[in-house]
Ligand binder design. Structure first.
Ligand code: ADP
Ligand code: ADP
Ligand code: MG
Length: 668
């Protein structure tokens, strides 16, 4: 049976991505949306759209009754759940099945067995798959957690059986942490999944996260599409993914693929699915979980295999046999995905909310063997709210090898403009430069190990500083030409201007002379070297794309007094462009110091105060827990920066807090 209309029970980038394929296949699409999403791209993209409730996911995107009504009302024959929300909900899949509506995904039984981490581990281990050593039973309380952990041997991981998206998960190295971790993990699990069952397994030290994509039809044919490595994670959630993995050799690939296929066979799997493994330094791999759905990072597999996984999901759901065999699967080149999150990488990746005042992704497409693909569900003006996941887009590149895909990603990130909220592009850019990334020496602790004090911005290297200084000097010249009404031509004769300038940036002063003809020549006074610059930049544009000698660069720019705020290669800084006289005066200006906020505990993101752990008058020690704030379904523990006395408390549990709200005041 071929579908003529399907409903997509999701929002954001994944809803848009599914609709793109459905359209190409000539299938009509129905969107569902919550009140705050009525103008979202996924609603505009669909042929029909149905309102399903208020902003809170529980009342809309998780509202099975409202979604079922929408299916019936629109006459959709099938439903694609995307990821998250109802995608791994057994009862929902079973209800659809019972009502003759095709769920574009696996059968309810496979979801049930694999959706629960305790059940799936038990099942996998019976099917002969190697699993992480541990105790696949429910932990009763904090003391029980410590007792079980002691038996397994530290370090351990406490995990929510219903967990997903890295939520409800804590590492413990001793009894105290096991007790504390139990409380945090079960609270998080209860609020995120409505199920607080926790289990304990061995924590694999220095592991890599490598997963196998499988494809199974309803006739028992199962193949795998190779691996993806997703070791770059923060809060146990993926940030960068790639295919293939730089760590996996052909023998390991075949062995992992065989286990993944065996597991899928054992559970009678149909549709796309992913078997996640944790791999130790000796390439010994252990089953972690199976995701019975389309995965966030599926584009990297699509880029190296040339297959459309959503198309295969739809055809399989229609009952068609797989159109390819294992031998038909060929991997070409290398693909990298960077998840663009609304979060502040310099503040422990705390979520950020607000309006996308500017949103200009780099141009997609295939040029000279290199591809850029950007899966997104937002447009300029969209609101990133507290209600949903803070992922804005998935930027993917593909090239002939890992180095090319990485370089292409770095350039694409330079051109990706997002204003209005904090985002992680500077951090992603820093990762693309990191020597350990470039060597492929990864573990899931990469971020914690390489940025132990958090990400404080990329170090200013000479090349980037020079690029930014030249960009600032040239933009200044272009703006001045325009201000004077000169377009470069006067009476048919090109006019050449020569201007001495001092560019102050990153605590340095770079003297240059800018000559404008039809291009620009920048002479750096220090060593009298000359750079030929070509650019089409016009004042007001958020990115200057230029060719400096033979090097193509992109620098992001926002005007500030006397200069530009520039971003390039993960580095953000203010560049002032002065005449020599202005530079002299600027040196005499007093330096403004930022206000001292060390005596306050400020709320790092908009959220809700869950608990207060410090009391008035308490002497708190550096590192001690002060309170817990919940935002975007994550519990964030705020700790004391240094030893102090709690002098004032301005909030109570349950209060909604704005960013930078003063929660506590200290005496030192
Ligand atoms: P993937 O495993 O596909 O890489 P993640 O683990 O990052 O993806 O999770 C994908 C998305 O689905 C995230 O938005 C996450 O919050 C959400 N998610 C995953 N599992 C669940 C679940 N059981 N319940 C609710 N949301 C979930
Ligand atoms: P989720 O459903 O949230 O994706 P997973 O079980 O897949 O949960 O784990 C998410 C991540 O947490 C893994 O990619 C890995 O980085 C880390 N992790 C999970 N279990 C372990 C473990 N036993 N040892 C080490 N790291 C682990
Ligand atoms: Mg996982």
């Amino acid at each position: 049976m071929g579908f003529s209309k399907i409903l997509i029970a999701n929002r954001g980038e994944i809803a848009c991505r599914i609709m793109r394929t459905a359209r190409r296949l000539g299938i009509k699409t129905v969107a569902v949306y919550s009140d705050v999403d009525s103008h979202s791209p996924h609603v505009h993209m669909a042929d029909e759209a149905v309102a399903i409730g208020p902003a809170e996911a529980a009342a809309s995107y998780l509202n099975a009754d409202a979604i079922l009504d929408a299916v019936k009302h629109t006459g959709a024959q099938a439903l694609h759940p995307g990821y998250g929300f109802l995608s791994e909900n057994t009862a929902f899949a079973a209800t659809l099945e019972a009502q003759g509506i095709k769920f574009i995904g696996p059968g309810a039984k496979a979801i049930e067995v694999m959706g629960d981490k305790i059940a799936s581990k038990t099942f996998a281990s019976k099917a002969g798959i190697s699993t992480v050593p541990g105790h696949p039973g429910v932990v009763a309380d904090a003391d029980d957690a410590a007792a079980i952990a002691g038996k397994i041997g530290y370090p351990v991981m406490l995990k929510a059986s219903a967990g997903g998206g890295g939520k409800g998960m804590r590492i413990a190295w001793n009894d105290t942490e096991a007790r504390e971790g139990f409380g945090l993990a079960s609270n998080e699990a209860r609020s995120a999944f409505g199920d607080d069952r926790i289990f304990v397994e061995k924590y694999i030290v220095d592991p890599r996260h490598i997963e196998i994509q499988i494809l199974a039809d309803s006739h028992g044919n199962i193949i795998h599409l190779g691996e993806r490595e997703c070791s770059i994670q923060r809060r146990n959630q993926k940030v960068i993914e790639e295919a293939p993995s730089p760590f996996v050799d052909e023998t390991t690939r075949v062995a992992m693929g065989a286990q993944a296929v065996a597991l899928a066979k054992a559970v009678g799997y149909e549709s796309v699915g992913t078997v996640e493994f944790i791999v130790d330094a000796n390439r010994k791999f252990y089953f972690l979980e199976m995701n019975t759905r389309l995965q966030v990072e599926h584009p990297v597999t699509e880029l190296v295999t040339g297959l459309d996984l959503v198309e295969h999901m739809i055809r399989i759901a229609e009952g068609a046999p797989l159109a390819l065999t294992q031998d038909d699967v060929k991997m070409t080149g290398w693909a990298v995905e960077a998840r663009i999150y609304a979060e502040d990488p310099t503040r422990d990746f705390l979520p950020s909310t607000g309006r996308l005042v500017r949103y200009r992704p780099p141009r997609e497409g295939l040029v000279d063997g290199m591809t850029i693909r950007n899966d997104t569900g937002v447009v300029e003006g969209s609101e990133i709210s507290v209600h949903y996941d803070p992922m804005i887009a998935k930027l993917c590149t593909h090239g002939p090898n890992r180095e090319a895909a990485t370089d292409h990603m770095r350039d694409a990130l330079d051109r990706f403009v997002i204003h209005g909220i904090e985002h992680n592009i500077p951090f992603l850019s820093a990762l693309m430069h990191h020597p350990r990334w470039r060597e492929g020496r990864l573990t899931t602790n990469f971020i914690a190990e390489e940025y132990p004090d958090g990400f404080t911005g990329e170090d200013a290297d000479d090349q980037s500083i020079e690029t930014m200084a030249i960009a600032a000097a040239v933009m200044d010249a272009i703006s001045n030409n325009r201000r004077r009404g000169i377009s470069g031509q006067m009476g048919g004769r090109p006019v050449v201007f020569s201007r001495p300038r001092v560019i102050a940036l990153a605590g340095r002063e770079i003297e240059a002379e800018v000559n404008s003809d039809d291009g620009f020549e920048v002479i750096l006074t220090e060593d009298d070297s000359r750079r030929l610059v070509r650019t089409e930049w016009r004042p007001g544009e958020a990115v200057i794309e230029a060719v400096i000698d033979d090097r193509a660069v992109a620098v992001q720019v926002r005007p500030i007094v006397n200069g530009y705020r520039l971003s390039h290669r993960g580095l953000s800084l203010d560049a002032r462009v002065y005449t020599p006289r202005e530079a002299e005066l600027a040196r005499l200006m007093p330096v403004k110091l930022p206000p001292d906020t060390s005596k306050f505990l400020l709320c790092p993101m908009p959220g809700r105060l869950v608990s207060l752990d410090a009391t008035l008058g308490q002497h708190v020690k550096a590192g001690e827990v002060l309170c817990t704030v919940e935002a975007m379904k994550m519990e964030n523990v705020l700790r004391a920066d240094r030893n102090a006395i709690v002098a004032k408390i301005n909030a109570a549990p349950g209060d909604s807090l704005a960013v930078d709200a003063v929660i506590m005041e200290f005496e030192v």
